[in-house]
Design a protein around this ligand. Sequence first.
Ligand code: GDP
Ligand code: MG
Length: 199
Amino acid sequence: MRLLSQAAFRASAARAADLLPEGPPEIAFAGRSNVGKSSAINALAGRKRLARTSKTPGRTQTINFYDLGEHARLVDLPGYGYARVSQSLRAQWAELVGAYLRSRSALAGVVVVMDARHPLTPLDVQLLDWLGGIRTLLLLSKADKLSRAEQAATLKRVGTLVQPEARLFSSVTRQGVDECRDLLERWLAEQAAGIKGPR
Ligand SMILES: Nc1nc2c(ncn2[C@@H]2O[C@H](COP(=O)(O)OP(=O)(O)O)[C@@H](O)[C@H]2O)c(=O)[nH]1
Ligand SMILES: [Mg+2]
């Protein structure tokens, strides 16, 4: 069975102290609220309701861990950039996500999910800066909302503006799903073998 098809919910952490202890290689999904992070996890795992999706932005405020068998994990990070979130909740987000990203040696890479219609918001750019040398893939989600010509133009523009590799993605049409799954499984295998990507 494919690694990503084995995803099963493991644990949620609302505070840094509740993070799962370091274990097998993991890939984290980050991005603005409502861009489709949880939907991307479901699409990649080939499941309908593994990760909870929501029409209401700002729902997931916990870090959610999913086991891929015993040898890998996926991690759904809480979204950022939701305007109606209070200052204290923003500080909580930064503390929790910061604690995770800064210190996680099992981290094989981060998938930064952005809405293909509005990629590279200031907070996205800030996150990319902050990720520094951590291996990163940009998913341009909800690609189904763009025409083929708009998709191509967006992909090209993003490629000229930032370093990490970008892919068009849609949880609805499954565009990009197989390619991403292959890539993420390769990251996990390389991390397990001790071949680290650029850090
Ligand atoms: N059209 C379209 N809608 C999507 C796609 N991915 C997610 N959505 C919708 O966007 C909303 C937010 O998705 P969710 O996965 O919960 O976003 P998250 O907050 O980043 O985890 C939901 O209403 C989803 O149905 C996609 O690829 N295409
Ligand atoms: Mg979510």
